[in-house]
Design a protein. Structure first.
Length: 86
């Protein structure tokens, strides 16, 4: 089984799957208002159409509302993967 490299401690890899590129871009824009991020990369999401968008977030460089949310949130441990994830 191949695993992707884990991002550095203060970064998170985010993948957005949406029916259209515009929907994926809107979600990415909200995330970029809360966290510093890399340039997004977009790919086809499969035979049925849709878009898969990837970006890397820097969780050490947060803005509101992420800063207050991170300060009050607690880790719930490892969540199980979705059926299409490894």
């Amino acid at each position: 089984m191949n695993y992707e490299p884990v991002p550095s401690e203060s970064h998170a890899e985010v993948r957005i799957v949406a029916s259209t590129p515009e929907v994926a871009r809107r979600v990415a824009e909200v995330l970029r208002r809360c966290f510093a991020s890399t340039e997004q990369r977009s790919y086809p999401a499969g035979r049925g159409g849709g878009t898969r968008l990837h970006l890397t977030l820097d969780t050490a460089r947060t803005a509101e509302p992420a800063r207050s949310w991170l300060a009050t949130s607690e880790s719930t441990g490892q969540a199980p993967a979705h059926t299409d994830e490894v």
